[in-house]
Design a protein around this ligand. Structure first.
Ligand code: IVH
Length: 681
């Protein structure tokens, strides 16, 4: 645990009403900047490493902005300043750098007999041992070097002898310390960079909304991000690191346990699942436990690693050219399998994008039957050489859509190679090509309508329950919905007569539709499915315009909104240039009556910081945050000394409650929340 900087006014309850920068003399400015840097790095540590922040996000932002202002006004440049974490200038290429020590790989197997055999050899050579049992992270490994206590460089694995210098990118990762206190003169550590699942999902969702290809899995996303040339793009991506090895240091380390302790003490982020075990059977149990918990972890793991804990014994055992003899990775069974492609079909999405999909001879991947896998686009099919009849490897990573990763055998190579259709496979409308992607350009294509309808009703959009993929297909196929706006004039008897529906489902949909009236404008705009307008941009647009102004906004007006660039502005103006879209939007607006945040907002909750745990009946978390924030409150994700209330709903998390207890933060149950907070609005 890193000690709190002493006598630093920016650590606990900082006063953020700063005097104008111009009023300071150079010496005072330099001193203030020095303290701000120390405090901000400590807050980074509390937030990213200890997961226990002591100030509210807004206060942190105020400290950060102040430091930024001081550095600009007084030319106080420092490459180890936390302000440098937002990402520097783009690089032309990544330089090649030698490692401090060669980075070996691990012997590995998914076979219990092999790890027992590993254990037998160990005991034969050095007698009884204790193992450090650790998750095997499925990410991207890096070596990070500190000289005189400051971050010097980060290097990718490369060929094990030398790798690429990714220092500028790793500097943007909040949990990588830039400065160590009481550090040895020289320190080289190793860790695994990964992308947390939730961040990966959001990133992919944003990519899909923008029309970019999603990443296949979090590991590819992390690996692709670490090697980007533009550090400011990296700064916007959710990367994190677990450190697991001290490669070289002037301090003496006699066991893996000590290595973890040293890492923790210096402020590195270390995984909490690591443990010491006395024999190989306990490693097997550990592996079973982690395999069962695998899907609940925020990071992907593909097995466990057993390492001889004692460094003296490690030295006795030594290494081969490729791997140390004292460690073994016991891998989980792969979530991949082989099967044959029966056919390649082409699906049409909400934006009209055509996606080729392989229909497979069903195969079981770790308990999930896979019968289709995405092929992304025509270029991917060409690169992999996939066609009907080929035997392929399919992979499933996390919650991601399964994909074909390679062709393993290709006996029937006489089948025709795949070509993207020249007209839309659903409506026969014209197909346009944009780079590697193909789009159906017929705005009234029923396939697009089905997916737009599904999107319109989805949770972050209008939250109309019951209109998933199958129901949307049915409503369009039956001719009941020819335009999104038809939703609100649906006849309950027509619905009840639909195949598989009945009166109950029809009445439910009617009630859901009625409940969606008066939705906030942000959700409404997102629901329209305008290209490049995801939930956050929709919210920003709703805060800046009411609906009629938005319809008439030009590119310049639009680009005044945060995170709206030329491409997004073009998508919005193009959307409202279509008379058919305007008619649909007008009819929908008439039925829904979306409410602008400006109509309903106020400052009743100004200055109040709230955290939620558990669910509150009747609201989604994002609805609540929207509502409270439009009235001036600050809704944050973790409890700190600056939190005013922790609102405890159904199935609350343990951790936030414990933190509230420790920080003396008042908790509110749903009734108290209603009475004390909501009633003020
Ligand atoms: S220790 C000498 N511990 O697995 C080997 N590696 O095949 C030192 N990895 O490239 C590695 N989790 O990226 C170690 N808990 C863990 C690990 C781990 C994942 C990766 C690492 C390395 C590969 C080795």
């Amino acid at each position: 645990m890193v000690e709190e900087p002493a006598d630093n006014p920016y650590v606990r309850d900082p006063d953020t009403s700063f005097a104008p920068v111009d009023d300071l003399d150079a010496a005072t400015a330099r001193e203030q900047a020095r303290r701000l840097r120390a405090a901000i790095e400590y807050h980074n540590y509390r937030y990213y490493v200890a997961n226990d922040p002591v100030i509210a996000d807004r206060t942190y932002d105020a400290l950060f902005d102040r430091l930024d202002d001081l550095e600009a006004a007084f030319d106080l440049d420092d490459e180890h300043s936390p302000t440098r974490r937002v990402g520097g200038a783009p690089l032309d290429e990544l330089e090649t750098v030698e490692h401090v020590a060669p980075l070996l790989s691990l012997q590995s197997s998914g076979d219990a007999a092999e790890i027992r055999e590993f254990d037998r050899r160990i005991r034969e050579a050095v007698g009884d041992v204790t193992y450090s049992a650790e998750p095997k992270f499925d990410g991207f490994s890096v070596e990070v070097v500190y000289e005189d206590g400051v971050f010097d460089r980060a290097v990718t694995r490369g060929d094990g002898e030398e790798g690429e210098d990714v220092s500028a990118n790793l500097r943007t990762v909040g949990s990588v310390p830039l400065r160590l206190r009481d550090a040895p003169d020289f320190l080289a550590v190793r860790g695994e960079v990964y992308m947390p699942r939730s961040g990966f999902q959001t990133l992919n969702q944003r990519r899909i909304e923008r029309g970019d290809d999603p990443f296949a899995n979090p590991r590819n996303a992390a690996a692709g991000t670490v090697r980007l040339l533009d550090p400011s793009t990296v700064a916007d991506r959710p990367l994190d690191v677990f450190f697991y090895d001290v490669i070289e240091t002037s301090a003496t380390i006699t066991s893996q346990r000590e290595a973890f302790d040293l890492l923790r003490e210096l402020g590195f982020r270390v995984n909490d699942e690591t443990t010491l075990v006395e024999d190989v059977e306990a490693v097997l149990d550990y592996r079973d436990r982690l395999m069962a918990a695998r899907e609940d972890l925020e990071y992907e793991i593909d097995g466990v690693v057993a390492k001889v804990d004692d460094v003296g014994k490690r030295e006795q055992l030594g290494s081969t050219a490729r791997h140390p003899r004292w460690a073994f990775a016991y891998k989980f069974p792969a979530r991949t399998g082989e099967t044959t492609v029966e056919r390649i079909v082409v699906q049409v999405g909400r934006t009209g994008k055509l996606t080729p999909v392989a229909l497979l001879d069903p195969v079981d991947l770790q308990g999930v039957t896979i019968s289709r896998a995405t092929l992304h686009n025509a270029a991917q099919i060409r690169d992999l050489g996939v066609h009907a009849g080929a035997t392929v490897r399919v992979e499933r990573a996390g919650d991601v859509i399964p994909e074909v990763s390679e062709v393993v055998a290709d006996d029937e190579n006489d089948s025709e190679s795949f070509a993207m259709p020249e007209t839309c496979p659903v409506c026969d409308g014209p197909v346009a090509r944009e780079g590697e992607h193909h789009y159906c350009t017929n705005a009234s294509c029923p396939a697009q309508l089905r997916r737009r309808l599904q999107h319109f009703c989805s949770r972050d959009a209008m939250d109309i329950e019951g209109v998933g993929e199958a129901a949307a297909d049915r409503l369009v196929e039956a001719g009941l919905v020819e335009s999104l706006a038809d939703l609100y004039t649906l006849d309950v008897d027509d619905l009840a007569a639909l195949d598989g529906w009945g009166e109950r489902s029809a009445a439910n949909l009617r009630d859901e539709l009625a409940a969606s009236e008066g939705a906030d404008l942000g959700s409404f705009l997102y629901a329209l499915g305008i290209r490049h307008v995801g939930t956050e941009r929709a919210r920003a647009l709703a805060a800046a315009f009411d609906l009629s102004d938005l319809k008439n906004a030009n590119a310049e007006d639009l680009q005044a909104v945060e995170d709206v660039g030329p491409e997004v502005a073009e998508a919005v103006t193009a959307f409202f240039e279509s008379p058919a879209n305007v008619e649909t939007v007008d009819r929908l607006a008439e039925a829904v009556g979306p409410e602008s945040p400006a109509d309903e907002g106020g400052d009743e909750l100004d200055g109040l910081t709230l955290v939620f745990t558990g669910s509150l009946p009747g609201y989604t978390r994002s609805e609540l945050s929207n509502l409270l924030e439009t009235h001036g409150a600050n809704v944050t994700s973790s409890v700190s000394g600056a939190t005013d209330y922790l609102v405890v709903g159904e199935n609350p998390g343990q951790r936030k409650r414990e933190q509230a207890d420790a920080e003396d933060v008042e908790t509110l149950d749903p009734a108290a929340f209603e009475e004390r907070i909501l009633s003020r609005l």
